[in-house]
Design a protein around this ligand. Structure first.
Ligand SMILES: O=C(CO)[C@H](O)[C@H](O)COP(=O)(O)O
Length: 260
């Protein structure tokens, strides 16, 4: 009997499997971070092994670099390839304009750099990440270690003037210590409940000294591939203005899971 994926994991897996079809020979590919991206890395590895797909990839985190190396993916540095054809990454939330909240895995800075340096950004997600209004998920921002608590207080002061329904900035901690990003910075998770004006908020946050970058991705994402537990995949393509649907084999995803 094959191990069963939970509906959420099946949704992530089929979204990732669908999205790797967009990758073609010779492409320079940005690799996201997180559990959905981990599926994408496995499927890309399979295409390299089984179809001889010839690509070079730039990872958005140390964790992703390790997974990609394990999957037999050739890696490079962004400064060496200079520009990417496509980046495939997960998201914590996306809305109807494909504005994203990212950074749940703490890699938002490199993720934003590689996605912005790509012709196309494809987000892969389970469909529960779709929201009418951003903000139910915390908005992560990356801040330098110097004056962490002072920066936190300045960020909360900025939030008071914004169209949001919560004003708390919490230092992300692991085992009691501030979480440290690959760039040696820390993360503040902003609990806002609802973000009325993402554009204004993103600009205001990046004005605060000590804030390196925020997890709002605005006008960056081109396509969202959203998976459902029953095998349906919904593809929203902003460039073409289309929403299409496909059916994937959930059983196959479960079998791959069983063989991990
Ligand atoms: O932004 C991210 C990491 O910084 C992730 O893409 C986001 O948190 C989604 O993660 P998952 O695929 O595990 O749901």
């Amino acid at each position: 009997m094959s191990a069963q994926l939970s509906p959420i994991d099946a949704a992530k897996s089929i979204a990732a499997k669908f999205a790797v079809q967009f990758v073609e020979d010779g492409m320079r590919v940005g690799l996201g971070t997180g559990s959905t991206s981990a599926w994408m890395i496995r499927y890309l590895g399979e295409r390299i092994k089984d179809d001889g797909l010839d690509i070079v990839c730039v990872p958005s985190s140390q964790r992703t670099a390790e997974l990609a190396e394990g999957a037999g993916i050739r890696l490079s540095r962004l400064d060496d390839v200079k520009w990417l054809d496509v980046t495939i990454d997960g998201a914590d939330e996306y809305d109807g304009e494909l504005t994203l909240i990212k950074g749940g895995g703490g890699a938002l800075l490199q993720e934003k750099i590689i996605a912005t340096a790509s012709d196309r950004m494809i987000v892969i997600a389970d469909h529960s990440k779709e929201v009418g209004h951003l903000g139910a998920a915390p908005l992560p921002i990356e801040v330098v270690p110097f004056g962490l608590q002072t920066t936190r207080a300045m960020v909360e002061a900025v939030l008071e003037g914004m169209d949001v329904l919560g004003w708390e900035a919490a230092v992300r901690r692991v085992d009691g210590s501030p979480f440290t990003t690959d760039a040696g910075n820390h993360i503040l998770d902003l609990h806002l409940n609802r973000i009325g004006d993402p554009r204004r908020l993103a600009l205001a946050l990046n004005q605060v000294p000590g804030v390196v970058e925020n997890g709002l991705f605005i006008d960056i994402c081109d396509v969202v591939v959203a998976g459902h537990g029953d095998g349906r995949v919904e593809v929203t393509d902003l460039e073409n203005g289309t929403i299409s649907e496909a059916l994937m084999d959930v059983e196959q995803a479960s079998n791959i899971f069983a063989n991990l």
